[in-house]
Design a protein. Structure first.
Length: 117
């Protein structure tokens, strides 16, 4: 069983920055692909970014490339999402995801990010 706890969401003005954190239980970080998804009101959940292990290869949705950065701390079993140059359309609930082939997906409870114009 994997448990994920997000934090760091909040209200920010357009152009501002936020950093989300996702603390994972157990030896998750080094054996699971870790990522972030988001869901805006009235829309489906969408992929934002992922970091894959081994190797630490990162992937980003086109909408966030150049503005968002995913990183991780093995010692703390924590993955971060640094969000810069935020736009009102980035407003959503952000969910942390842990994925492992042949095992499946685990999700955090989500953290709200609101960007005002």
């Amino acid at each position: 069983q994997v448990q994920l706890v997000e934090s760091g969401g909040g209200l920010v003005q357009a152009g501002g920055s936020l950093r989300l954190s996702c603390a994972a239980s157990g030896r998750t970080f080094s054996t699971y692909n870790m990522g972030w998804y988001r869901q805006a009101p009235g829309k489906e959940r969408e992929f934002v970014t992922r970091i894959s292990w081994p190797g630490g290869t990162t992937y980003y949705a086109d909408s966030v490339k150049g503005r968002f950065t995913i990183s991780g701390d093995n010692a703390k079993n924590t993955v971060y999402l640094q969000m810069n140059s935020l736009k009102p359309e980035d407003t959503a609930i952000y969910y942390c995801n842990a994925n492992k082939r042949f095992v499946g997906d685990y999700w955090g409870q989500g953290t709200q990010v609101t960007v005002s114009s």
